[in-house]
Every structure is written in C-alpha cells, then in structure tokens.
Design a protein around this ligand. Structure first.
Ligand code: SF4
Ligand code: FES
Length: 235
C-alpha cells in the first residue's frame, strides 16, 4: 500500500498499481487507446496523460506507465493535461482520420473532427495485439517491426509469423480499429491471410476452434488432444 493524492483525494494505492488504475478506482475518467487491464502498459497513445509532482514541480506523465508511489501527487484535470491529451488526439487524428476509434476519442477530447469520407480500419500501432499474443496466448506470432536501423527508415508495423500463429483470434478481438480481420466460414478460419481448419465438436458437431489452437493447448498444458475435442457448451 502507498499513500498518495489524486485530485486532492488521499488514497491508499495497491502495491504495484499504476496511477491510471488508481484514478479509475476513484471513478476518474481518463482516455486510453493502448491500455488493457490484463496487459503490460505500452505508452503508445499518450492519451492518458496526467500531471505528477516531481521535486516540487508539476510535469506531464503517461498515467498507464506511472507507478502509484508513496507520497505521489497527481492532477488529472488541468489545462496542461487537457492540452496534452488534445494534442495526442490531434496527432492520431492527423494520421488516421477515417478510423472510427480515433475519430471518437479525438472528438471527445475537443479535436475538430470532420465527417469521414469513408471508414477505414488502420493499424494505429497500439500494440494491444502483440501484447495479447505474447502475454496471454503465448504464441508469439505478432511482433513490432520497428524503424529500420541504418539508412533505411521504415514505418513501424506489425509483423506476422504464420508458422507461430494458432488462429485463436485473440488479436482480432482486442484490436480497437478492426484492422485485424477474421473470418470463420465453412469449417475454416482466415486471419492475417492464413487459413486454419476448424475442429468439429464431438458432441454437437459445431466448428468451434482451429485444430492448431487445440494442438497448441495440448502441447503447452499436457492435456491430451482427445479431451479438447468438445466445445464449451457441450462440456
Ligand atoms: S493491429 Fe490493431 S491491435 Fe494491433 S497494433 Fe494495430 S491497431 Fe493495435
Ligand atoms: S493508455 Fe497510456 S499511453 Fe496509451
């Protein structure tokens, strides 16, 4: 436990919690695009900015990456905080003007959002898919390809490793923009352009999960694959 102050409220913060988590416990609204409570923080969107007092001076910090420490003072709703969040939203809107998740948050933060010509589903590099793939699924099929070293400067992007992907679809569920497309039809699932054969439930016959995902679970848990061939509803 750490005693700290957020917007004048003295609280006992949980060990290891972030300022964002503690502020949300107080029902203080803080915008986020790259944060998920079950994943490590990444600090990509900068929408969650707050002010923290360091050596008597207020400075801006990403609340999802700032640990709630003993004696810390935090302000979440000052002119500087609002201006910083608006600037972060403007930058995102500038890069992805047709992406609904960006437009929505930018409008909320005071950015002048014009009508979209056509909806698009850009990758905003929030890293939610890569972290989910590594930290929750453990398949490690998605990685950030960062700016190239040396003379070749490339835009960062998500790199997909087909051999490692098990087709679980977690990245599609967590992606806030719809960039990760997944389609499950006629006993097949297509995701990141890889086609997976779906297993049929031994009881009801429904296609319920990619065979590769069941094999992965069997491999990593030691549960025989035979015991995994029944869907959740029939178990
Ligand atoms: S694909 Fe989606 S979840 Fe992954 S980094 Fe891009 S926007 Fe974020
Ligand atoms: S939520 Fe904190 S930087 Fe994106």
């Amino acid at each position: 436990m750490a005693k700290m102050i957020i917007d004048g409220h003295e609280i006992q913060a949980k060990a290891g919690a972030t300022v964002l988590e503690e502020a949300r416990r107080l029902k203080i609204e803080i915008p986020t695009l790259c944060y998920h409570k079950d994943l490590s923080s990444f600090g990509a969107c900068r929408l969650c900015t707050v002010e923290i007092k360091v050596k008597g001076k207020w400075r801006l910090a990403a609340s999802c990456q700032t640990e709630a420490e003993e004696g810390l003072e935090v302000r979440t709703d000052t002119d500087a905080v609002r201006a910083s969040r608006k600037l972060a939203a403007e930058l995102l809107y500038f890069r992805y003007p047709e992406t609904a998740a960006v437009r929505e948050i930018a409008a909320k933060l005071g950015v002048d959002v014009r009508e979209a010509a056509e909806e698009s589903h850009d990758c905003i590099l929030c890293g939610l898919c890569t972290r989910t793939c590594h930290e929750i699924v453990g398949a490690n099929a998605l990685n950030f390809k960062d700016r190239g070293l040396g003379r070749e400067i490339e835009e960062p992007k998500i790199e997909f490793s087909p051999a490692a992907c098990i087709g679980c679809g977690s990245c599609a569920y967590v992606c806030p923009t719809g960039f990760v497309r997944m389609e499950s039809v006629n006993g097949k699932r297509i995701i990141w352009d890889k086609v997976f054969k779906m297993a049929s439930c031994e009881v009801c016959g429904r296609h319920f999960a990619p065979v590769e995902q069941l094999e992965f679970i069997s491999r990593t848990t030691g549960v025989p694959i035979r015991s995994l061939m029944t869907c959740v509803s029939c178990r």
